[in-house]
Ligand binder design. Structure first.
Ligand SMILES: Nc1ncnc2c1ncn2[C@@H]1O[C@H](COP(=O)(O)OP(=O)(O)OP(=O)(O)O)[C@@H](O)[C@H]1O
Ligand SMILES: [Mg+2]
Length: 114
């Protein structure tokens, strides 16, 4: 089973044209890939779809065989790291020490799941 399996995945933001039209690819653990494209071509949108933040309008994105969108961000976060495009949306602690300590203090199950 692939780590990620994207099958015939389509997506459009509300009230906008299709960004992805039946896109398929597989991504295995430890494999490295890059998404290239001009501004507004959909790189961030693809990352958000793979993190389950956005839901495909067609097809599916499976993470270890399960639909990413149904897994919930806390569970996906235990399997996949996501670095936001804008650092100001990612960093929230006043010091590096506190920022790094936050992740380590979450425990195996993740404090976000409550
Ligand atoms: N929340 C949203 N609602 C509607 N349209 C959106 C939304 N977010 C992005 N878009 C549109 O979707 C398209 C893809 O945007 P996206 O941010 O994924 O591109 P990108 O490749 O990451 O661009 P950049 O190189 O500037 O980071 C663009 O046309 C953008 O205007
Ligand atoms: Mg982007």
């Amino acid at each position: 089973m692939s780590f990620y399996q994207v099958s015939l995945m389509s997506f459009s933001h509300p009230k906008s044209n299709n960004i992805f039209n039946e896109v398929s690819f597989k991504l295995d653990k430890n494999e490295r890939i890059g998404f290239f494209g001009p501004n507004g071509s959909g790189k961030t949108t693809m990352a958000k779809l793979m993190m389950g933040i956005l839901k495909p309008t067609g097809g599916e994105i499976l993470l270890e065989g399960k639909p990413a969108f149904k897994m919930g961000l806390a569970r996906i976060g235990q399997r996949v790291g996501y670095v936001f495009q804008n650092p100001s949306k990612q960093l929230f602690a006043p010091t590096v020490w506190e920022q790094v300590a936050f992740g380590l203090s979450m425990g195996k199950e993740g404090a976000l799941e409550g």
